[in-house]
Design a protein around this ligand. Structure first.
Ligand code: NAP
Length: 246
């Protein structure tokens, strides 16, 4: 059964490892090509955009794909919308493999906002230095702001707010490391997207321990495809859609 996995995440890598060992499936992993040195993958990999909805639908038909797993990042909303539309057009079942969103607990001081632009507006009432862990492609709303920023990203951003300090790092991060970083740079406010997952959650524990406010950008609205939070659940869904199960 031919499978397409839309990837670029830890969850997609975990799914790729399971599918590579599973003789029921012949899977292809697709990456956008944004990361300069992508981690090694267990599956054959294609890199680059498909050319919108029509390009992806053509790909599904041409390759005889029987099911798609959208395991892209929760904030990669364009490719997820394209996957919904292309799968509907090509008559191919689609499911989403995601990571659970973070939720605020006792001791957290979260200010939830719907967009990155709203996060930037909210900073007016909050303390410097602002620690931006939003991804290198999400910095635009902060560029013209006269504030002290600490920016952390995997790859160098094309543009940075004036006077920002850049830290390049990939994680996973530890509580001790995050607390030391925030103390060293005198961080007063953390800004993050609600990406979820364990690898980058330590910054939230650190902010809680240090009594810092967190500006939390909520996820974009989800589509209608079934959603799973573990790679093995996604494999079970694929098995249920295999020709032998029909
Ligand atoms: P996006 O805005 O949703 O997608 C923009 C375009 O990039 C899509 O229309 C598509 O081009 C292409 N694309 C995206 N993901 C693709 C994939 N897996 N395979 C082939 N083409 C893909 O995406 P983004 O937010 O720039 O994210 C790009 C990639 O980085 C995604 O794979 C995502 O999982 C990963 N990532 C994103 C974030 C984030 O915060 N956004 C964080 C970590 C990792 P065409 O229309 O030409 O097909």
């Amino acid at each position: 059964m031919r499978i397409l996995v839309l990837g670029g995440t830890t969850e997609a890598r975990q799914l790729a490892a399971l599918l590579a060992e599973d003789v029921r499936f012949q899977a292809m992993l697709s990456l956008a090509g944004r990361t300069r040195e992508p981690a090694p993958q267990a599956l054959p990999t294609r890199i680059g955009g498909f050319g919108g909805v029509a390009g992806l639908a053509d790909y599904l038909r041409a390759e005889g794909v029987r099911a798609v797993i959208d395991a892209t990042h929760p904030f990669a909303d364009q490719i997820s919308a394209n996957a919904e539309a292309a799968c509907a057009a090509a008559g191919v079942p689609l499911a989403v493999l995601s990571r659970r969103p973070w939720t605020a607990g006792a001791g957290d001081d979260w200010r939830r906002v719907p967009t990155m632009a709203a996060a930037a507006q909210l900073l007016a009432g909050l303390l410097d230095t602002v620690f931006l862990t939003v991804g290198r492609q999400e910095l635009e709303p902060f560029l013209a702001m006269d504030r002290r920023f600490l920016v952390r990203a995997v790859d160098p951003p094309d543009v940075l707010p004036a006077g920002a300090t850049l830290v390049l790092d990939r994680g996973p991060y530890t509580l001790d490391g995050e607390m030391a970083l925030m103390r060293d740079y005198g961080v007063g406010t953390l800004v993050t997207k609600n990406s979820g997952g364990d690898a980058t959650a330590a910054k939230l524990q650190a902010a809680r321990s240090l009594g810092l406010p967190v500006v939390m950008v909520d996820r974009p609205p989800a589509g209608t495809a079934p959603r799973f939070y573990t790679a093995s659940d996604a494999v079970d869904w694929l098995a249920a859609h295999s020709p032998s199960a029909e």
